[in-house]
Design a protein around this ligand. Sequence first.
Ligand code: SAH
Ligand code: SF4
Ligand code: F3S
Length: 442
Amino acid sequence: MSKKLYIETYGCQMNFSDSEIIASVMSGDEYELTESMEDAHVILVNTCAIRENAERRVFGRIQEFRRVKRKNPDTVIGVVGCMAERLKEDIFREYQEVDLIAGPDSYRHLPEMLDGIREGQQMANVILSREETYDNIEPVRLDSKGISAFISIMRGCDNYCSYCVVPYTRGRERSRNPETIKEEAHRLFEQGYREITLLGQNVNSYKWQTNSELIDFPDLLKQISAVNPKLRLRFATSNPKDLSDKLIQTIAYTPNIANAIHLPVQSGSTEVLNRMNRKYTRAWYLNRIESIKKHIPDAGITTDIIAGFCRETEEDHKQTLSLMRTVDYDFAFMFKYSERPGTIAAKRFKDDIPDDVKSRRLQEIISLQQRLSEQSNKRDLNKTFTILVEGPSKKDIKKMRGRNEQNKVVVFPGTKDLKGQYVKVKVTDYTSATLLGVKQDS
Ligand code: SAH
Ligand code: SF4
Ligand code: F3S
């Protein structure tokens, strides 16, 4: 009889991709996925440590799992991912019901660790690896009827931005063999997927040395784009410090690489960027944006911003607002700075911006971005986009939803048979988050 695995995932796309690797490792050990934690033999929570509130949410979930375990005492509870790596065995001390702690490089060992637990022990593996890329593991797609899938092309991060916990939770940067990436992309296409997002904390530093050549990220993108012209490619995330013209031109000249770049800026002030150890200036960032706009005039440009980093002045904050206006972002993820223990910022700088000031600055950033996003949607009125149809609209089953190259959601009247197809849609209206349109005859 197969055993049941329930898995909840928090955090970034890389964590979602990792949960698919976990599901694959466990299916080899005869676990099948269940959507009910009450039925599960094993409950895993794949966690994120990026901000304090991300961790708080997970602690809330552990309380809930504890309730299930009181009813079914044999249920195994495992905390995996970035929080497991950051807090290690401390989690056992706080939550005695937790049986297993597994860091992001230990997932191959989950089956044997679970065997150990059956003998009544708690198990932990938080060893980080310099080599692990899980490249021979075929992920079990958690969204099996989907159109979009993720492929992790590298793991870890060597950048050590001063505020960031990722280099400590995910270890050293390493790239995955391009042959296995290509094979995975081929298989996904054959299974009906039409969009792949290549994932890494800093995809620009992807590199793979073969006997005869060095394959960098633009080379890899080009190779994967050749899998099929009907496969749309995206990637996340690029770091501005090494966003090359070669990458920008590869996007510009390859039709099935989506014209969209997520380029987290974090702050518009060179001084703050310097303290953040981002290794670029405001001027460098704006130069990269100019190059994108020159080569890819219709590019969707999105970003991440942190409000209230250590010693951020009102002037620094105003520079962030002015940079946002200059770039004219289509969309942004915006956060209040959250000090993470063990990071360079936590050791060197005081978290000295009062919470009400952080909140007010964040609110100003959010309000400005709402205006920019709305203007961006308004400019799309009457334009016709090629939409990859993902499925029915959540609000209205007579409508279908998909995304344009710029990664904006577009909703239009249509039927279910369009799922997975590319259709031309003319934009006739918009809301703050969505473009509305009508399908054009192609
Ligand atoms: N590797 C990506 C980002 C990964 S984390 C990059 O370098 O761009 C995603 C986002 O979380 C970051 O871009 C940043 O905006 C935010 N973030 C990271 N650490 C944070 C912290 N300590 N407090 C608030 N936001 C943070
Ligand atoms: Fe964190 Fe910086 Fe690495 Fe992104 S590049 S994961 S922000 S250290
Ligand atoms: Fe969070 Fe880890 Fe991703 S800290 S953002 S889940 S790499």
